[in-house]
Design a protein around this ligand. Sequence first.
Ligand code: SF4
Length: 504
Amino acid sequence: MIHAYVNRDNLEYDIYALLKAFYPEEEVNICVIHDGEAEKESVRVPSFYDVRLYTDKVSCLYYEVNDSSGGGEAENGFFGNAIHCSSEEILAPGRAVAKDAMKRCIYRCASEVSGRTLPWGILTGIRPVKLAMARINAGDTDEETGKLLTYRYLMSEEKKKLSIEIAHKEKEILKKIDRYGGYSLYIGIPFCPTTCLYCSFTSYPIAKYASLVDDYLAALKKELDLTNEIFKGKSPDSVYIGGGTPTTLTPEKLKELIGYLKNLFDFDKILEFTVEAGRPDSIDKEKLVTLKQLGVTRISINPQTMNDATLKLIGRRHTVEQFKDAFQLARECGFENINADMILGLPGEGLNEVEHTMEGLKELAPDSITVHSMAIKRAAGMAEYLKEHDEIKSINTPEMLGCADRAARELGMKPYYLYRQKNMAGNFENVGYAKAGCEGIYNILIMEELQSIMACGAGTVSKRVYEDGLITRCDNVKDVELYLNRLEEMLERKRKLFLNFSGE
Ligand code: SF4
């Protein structure tokens, strides 16, 4: 258990996230003690390892790392450090600057105590590329941007280079996008063949919920009608049908949904039309032919790993062979832009398994690969599974990331988007790699929050992005039955979210 005491409000989450990044297994307790109470409180705190961080005018923070060996005096030795921010750092203008100074203090101290460094330095947010992008847009050179990422955020050399490379790539791709006058459309199909062990998305096993499909499609049509009304018939820049697994729908239902969509919008104006065909066990020739005929430009078929034992363990209920067959079938049906998702840090996997997966992907040569670092969410079965199976670990390492990066680059791909999540194995990131022209535009728009997104379906989130940087959002309820029952209320919230959208 780590306790942190801070004497300023609104810093709790930053401190919590940073300490968690160093100590993912530990519970972290943040306590706000206002000035004057700190000394009193520190006496009360049993100090095993007592690391005190003073950031003068910004905050005063204490935290202790509970020592299972019971060595109560250690604070005067190795861990008894007082780290002071320089007054220059503290007095620099702006609250964000002062907050970063405080985080650097915590970082240095926690790094000394734990013996670890973090690849993303003090950054705990999910969109680190935004920082590089902002500096590049402001006219900074790569060298100037790099200095900021190194000194202010303590980013590793490797992540600094990756951020700058991706920021340039995003900038180039976004030239095609009407950022504030346009929008993109997301449609969520919350059904899957089975539920994967690590899943934290809105997903229901199709066999059990098949009777709801008709009602669900009817609700989606109402949401699409509203989209047409709000945006006055203007076509979205990109359309993404995700989930869940949209290809759990029958070919007839896919035709019904996409046909409806095509009657509302002019697809000649749409830059990208993606459908997730994620689970190989949901795909057959008829569905692929249907999607191709309906004008889908990009699909995603996801192995996650090329190791059958792991697929079984994570409840995917398909084999590596099935993935390969589905991929080849998609090629035969004429798909020229196929993405493959994979995950680093799957239980029991190490560098050997990742190498094997990358070799298998190299043989198939997809057009893009999205490399995810396992994020263990409390709501997913994975957290429980790992607790019960102490001998099986979810591990990610720089070598595993390097292996995936090298393989993607050998396939002629470059990284084009990146985001982070909470509780990621190794505190790393998810990176999308693609061959030139095969990048998923929607992925950049949603992850970097660069364009308004109209999102339809259970568990989806619509966002309105304003030119001054403000972002407002409205969530659809996750539970599919509640979604059906409360549809009118959600439509109304979206009307308000996008009020007076056109004309911006
Ligand atoms: S395929 Fe994706 S959405 Fe479906 S259960 Fe697996 S992780 Fe969840």
